[in-house]
Structures are given as structure tokens and as C-alpha cells.
Design a protein around this ligand. Structure first.
Ligand code: PEP
Ligand code: MG
Length: 569
């Protein structure tokens, strides 16, 4: 039995699938002239196997999902079978380069040519080349070519780590939950697990070595344990808890259409955080008052090249329409930190969370920002959209960002394209700098949304994704609470409002203090909304205000928890 950190609550009963992300280390041995034919045969055999694998992928995707989804594998087969590719590989082998390295060089040559050309299609072809190349190379090196997209039913994925794009790839018809050896509960894979409503444990050390591929497994992300080869009694118990969770969820649905007001009439907005347009449906199903955070970077990460203005517009418009007039806060691209974009070729940084991320990158690459702002503005004609910028540290940044919005507006006006002239602009408060100057920032803005996931890591200097210091990462720390209070007060003094879209807003205990501090809007993963609503409906706002006053004066996070426990008892 192993323990980790609960990233997303629930119970899954299935079979362990150990996912090993392979770093391909390319061999570099010389090839003597007499060995050229056998080295070349090594390539042609791997290529035949590649085509066989691609053909079977094509057929299974065709049967399951249809022609459009299967087409990509047809394209991959064409690349593998390409005569020019074969000739170029042969030429390099003849010059003394071994087959795996030769394939790598030929593929990368093709990729760099394609990347210099204009157009999404060609850039996507570049990614296809890389995919095919790595399949041929892996086969030559005897490595597995199975990814996360091709798993058996009832899989529970165990991995050292899953990137957000790994998580996005999971086929939820097959995968019941996941476990990672590293990571904390606000890492993006953890956040996605909550949105996807699949149980997940992170920071579960040695999961991949102590559990064997194919082991029957209970992933118990309620009691924080991972049980391999469970006994019949343990299985019965797990099924009983699963049924109870289902019943609890069903019971909460009675609050779906209830407005969130305390007993004495204080009103709060409860919104959902989403990563894809499809998530907006879960927001509606859980009675969200709006979308408090649309993390647009997943739209950028799901692909092999930058999404065009039209693709972005379609996504934002879909969300606006799904929410049917309710507010949708669209956050501009927040890439960097633990979220990578391979086609942007971001430089490797020593401290990515303190690095060239979010608006820092966007202000240096204004064409990316302009495209996104135009897409958001165009979509604003179809609902109530708001723009939100992440990672701000200075008033001058806000001024520059607003100038970019004005630019995008002017270009749309010139083209007679409709948009909401009065679209509201806000920022995330996620840096200590922004907290300290909240009173100055708010003068230029319509609202704040506090991003406690980052704010906590920056205030406490504790990496949000490092399981070794996960016990130090605590948003209940009075230092974080005081920062939150300062921000809410600064916005209210200016007659503006503050929301929160960090994970803290979806914590039932935290919600009491936050409501007591006067937070106006709470945004969280959709499945948490009704639980928080039920909690707030029972409360009296002056009692909550008193509770939050006490918490702000506590000496440490544990004392804060004790104060809340005493309050709730
Ligand atoms: C945050 O930092 O609290 C936040 C909501 O943004 P993200 O988790 O995407 O960094
Ligand atoms: Mg953040």
C-alpha cells in the first residue's frame, strides 16, 4: 500500500498501466563501408514495422472515431514510405553515420525546412515528421512505441510525471484515474484531473517501481492510498465508498439552481475554471454563475502549431454561447512554468516559474497577443466576455497590455467586425508585487482575480510542483491570507470587485474565511461548486467576517485550521 497527495478525489478500481516517458538517447557509432547494407536493412526493417503499426492504428481509429481522426495515420504512412526520405537516409549511412542517427538527421532537416515555410498545415506536417521519425528510431532501438492514447479498458495510469498534454491525451473511456510519483496538488495535471473528474494521487513515491504493470489496483483518492492486489474485502469496501460518493454527488444537485446567499442575504458568485470549451458544459451542469477562469493555454498545447485567430475565435465563441450570457473570463496565454509549448521552442530555463512566462513572453511576442486579443474581442459579440492577464507585476505592464487591447479593437473597427466595445479588463493577482501595489493597479482595471496557486508559491517561496516541500505549500498560511485580504480591500476601496480562481477558492474551509473577507467571486473546478454553495448557504456573513479576522491574526496555518474547525464544530 502506498500514499501520496490527493489531487482529485474519488475511487478507481482497475489495472495498473506503468507509463514510462522515454528519453531517446541516440547512438552514434561509425559504419564501415562493408556494413552499409546491413545498417540500411536495419532502417528498412524498422520502417516496415512502423508502417504495419500505423496501418493498424489507422484501422482501429477509423472503426472507433471515423475517417477524419484516422487520416493523420494515413499521412504518417506516406511519410514513412517516402522515397526521398529513404534516399537521404541511405546517403548518410554511406557517409558512415549509423541508421538511428541518420534517420534523426534527415527528419530534423525536413522539419526545419517545413518550419521556415508559412502556414499552419506545413507546421503540422513538421510535427508529423517528428512523430514518424521517433517511431522508426524507437523500433530500431527496441523501445516501446505505445503512448497514452492506446490503453486497455479500466486502466489506472502510473507515471513518474504526466505533463498537462499527457493528461489531455488520456482517453477517458479507458482511463479511470492516474498516479504520479512527483508533483503537488496544484500542478496542472492535478488541476486537470479535478476538471476531468477522475481520481488522482500525485507525489506517490515509488509507485512505478513498487507496483507492476497489469497489477489489479484500487486507487483510493479519498483515504489517500494505492492498494495493489486488493483482497475481496478491500474491493467490497472500495465499491461501497464509490456508491456513497455517487449518492452524495446526486444529493448536491438540489442546489444547482439556488442563488448563493448567506442567511443574512450576502450574495456570492460561484464560477467554474475551465481548460477547454467542452468543460463549459460541466460548468453549466454544476450550476456555475459563469466562467471565472478559462485557461486558454490548453488550446495552444493540444496542437503542433500556433492556433490561428479563427481557431481561437471558434473556441471562445463556443464557450460564450454555452454560457448563454453569463460572464466568461478569458485568460490570455499563460505558458511557461510547468506548461510547455514545443513549437514555440521556449528556452530551457533554470527557474521556469520565475522566467519568461505568461505576459512576459506575450509582450515580447506581440503578434501572439494580438491574434489572441482579436479572437477574444470577436467572440465578445456572442456573449459576456472579460479579458484577464496573468503574472502582472507592474502598472506599466497593465498600461502596455491595455494598449494592445486598444490596438486589437482599432484593427477590428477598421474591418467593421463587431465586438463588445465595453469589454472589461482585469488581471490575476499571483505575484507578491501585484499584492503590494493592488491599490495602484486597480485604478486601471475593472476587476482582480486572485491566483492562489502561484501567489502561494511566490509568497512562501515554495515550488507548487515539488512533492518534497509539499507540506510547506499552504495557502492557509496567515501570510497568504493577509495578502488576499489586502487585495480584496484595495479593490473594494476603488469600488471594484475581486474574485479568486486559484484552487483555494474550491476548498470548503477556505471558502468560509474568504467569504468573511468579502471575496466577491469564487472560481473552481466545476465539481466543487455545489459543495461550496451548500456550505455558504448555511452561514451568516458577520460571523464569517469575525472568523476571518481571527484567522488573519493566527500565528500559523495550523492555528488557522484549528480556528475554522472550532467555528464549524
Ligand atoms: C493560479 O496561479 O492560481 C492560477 C489560477 O493560475 P494557474 O494555476 O493556471 O497558474
Ligand atoms: Mg497562475
Amino acid at each position: 500500500m502506498l500514499n501520496g497527495i490527493i489531487a482529485s478525489e474519488g475511487i478507481a478500481i482497475g489495472k495498473a498501466v506503468i507509463h514510462v516517458a522515454q528519453e531517446i538517447s541516440l547512438p552514434d557509432y561509425p559504419v564501415a563501408p562493408e556494413n552499409v547494407p546491413s545498417e540500411f536493412a536495419r532502417f528498412t526493417q524498422a520502417r516496415s514495422e512502423t508502417i504495419k503499426q500505423l496501418d493498424s492504428l489507422y484501422n482501429s481509429v477509423l472503426a472507433k472515431l471515423g475517417e477524419e481522426e484516422a487520416e493523420v495515420f494515413e499521412g504518417h504512412m506516406e511519410i514513412a514510405d517516402d522515397e526521398a526520405l529513404e534516399e537521404e537516409v541511405l546517403e548518410l549511412i554511406e557517409s558512415g553515420i549509423c541508421a538511428p542517427l541518420a534517420v534523426h538527421k534527415v527528419i530534423e532537416n525536413n522539419v526545419s525546412t517545413l518550419l521556415q515555410l508559412d502556414g499552419d498545415y506545413l507546421r503540422e506536417r513538421a510535427a508529423d515528421f517528428r512523430d514518424v521519425g521517433s517511431r522508426i528510431i524507437k523500433i530500431m532501438l527496441g523501445l516501446s512505441t505505445e503512448g497514452l492514447s492506446n490503453l486497455d479498458d479500466n486502466s489506472i495510469v502510473l507515471a513518474n510525471d504526466l505533463t498537462p498534454s499527457d493528461t489531455a491525451q488520456l482517453d477517458l473511456n479507458k482511463v479511470l484515474g492516474f498516479v504520479t510519483e512527483i508533483g503537488g496538488c496544484t500542478s496542472h495535471s492535478a488541476i486537470m484531473a479535478r476538471s476531468l473528474e477522475i481520481p488522482a494521487l500525485v507525489g506517490c513515491q515509488n509507485a512505478c517501481s513498487d507496483i507492476k504493470h497489469g497489477d489489479p489496483l484500487i486507487l483510493d483518492a479519498i483515504n489517500n492510498r494505492l492498494i495493489a492486489n486488493p483482497t475481496p474485502e478491500q474491493l467490497d469496501e472500495a465499491v461501497a465508498v464509490q456508491n456513497q460518493l455517487k449518492a452524495d454527488k446526486q444529493a448536491l444537485l438540489q442546489y444547482k439552481d439556488t442563488t448563493t446567499v448567506t442567511k443574512d442575504g450576502r450574495h456570492f458568485e460561484l464560477c467554474a475554471n475551465i481548460g477547454t470549451p467542452k468543460d463549459a458544459e460541466a460548468a453549466v451542469a454544476n450550476g456555475a454563475d459563469g466562467i471565472g477562469l478559462y485557461r486558454t493555454e490548453f488550446l495552444f498545447m493540444d496542437r503542433s502549431s500556433m492556433p490561428s485567430e479563427q481557431i481561437q475565435f471558434d473556441a471562445y465563441k463556443t464557450v460564450a454561447q454555452t454560457m448563454n450570457g453569463k460572464s466568461v473570463i478569458i485568460r490570455t496565454l499563460d505558458i511557461g512554468g510547468d506548461k510547455e509549448l514545443p513549437y514555440l521552442e521556449l528556452p530551457k530555463e533554470l527557474n521556469p516559474f520565475l522566467g519568461w512566462r505568461a505576459i512576459r513572453m506575450c509582450l515580447d511576442r506581440p503578434e501572439i497577443l494580438q491574434t489572441q486579443l482579436r479572437a477574444i474581442l470577436r467572440a465578445s459579440a456572442f456573449g459576456k466576455l472579460r479579458i484577464m492577464f496573468p503574472m502582472v507585476i507592474a502598472v506599466s505592464e497593465v498600461k502596455q497590455l491595455k494598449a494592445h487591447v486598444e490596438n486589437a479593437k482599432a484593427s477590428l473597427r477598421a474591418e467593421h467586425i463587431a465586438f463588445d466595445e465595453n469589454i472589461e479588463i482585469g488581471i490575476m493577482i499571483e505575484t507578491p508585487a501585484a499584492v503590494m501595489i493592488a491599490d495602484q493597479l486597480i485604478e486601471h482595471l475593472d476587476f482582480f482575480s486572485i491566483g492562489t496557486n502561484d501567489l502561494t508559491q511566490y509568497i512562501l517561496a515554495v515550488d507548487r510542483g515539488n512533492e518534497n516541500i509539499a507540506h510547506l505549500y499552504d495557502s492557509f498560511s496567515p501570510s497568504v491570507l493577509r495578502a488576499i485580504k489586502q487585495v480584496i480591500d484595495a479593490s473594494h476601496a476603488a469600488g471594484k470587485w475581486t474574485g479568486m480562481c486559484g484552487e483555494f477558492a474550491g476548498d470548503a474551509q477556505a471558502a468560509l474565511i474568504l467569504a468573511g473577507m468579502g471575496l466577491d467571486e469564487f472560481s473552481m473546478s466545476a465539481p466543487s461548486i455545489l459543495k461550496i454553495k451548500k456550505e455558504l448557504l448555511k452561514q451568516d456573513s458577520s460571523e464569517l467576517a469575525e472568523l476571518s479576522r481571527q484567522c488573519l491574526h493566527a500565528q500559523d496555518a495550523d492555528e488557522v485550521r484549528q480556528i475554522i474547525a472550532a467555528f464549524s464544530a
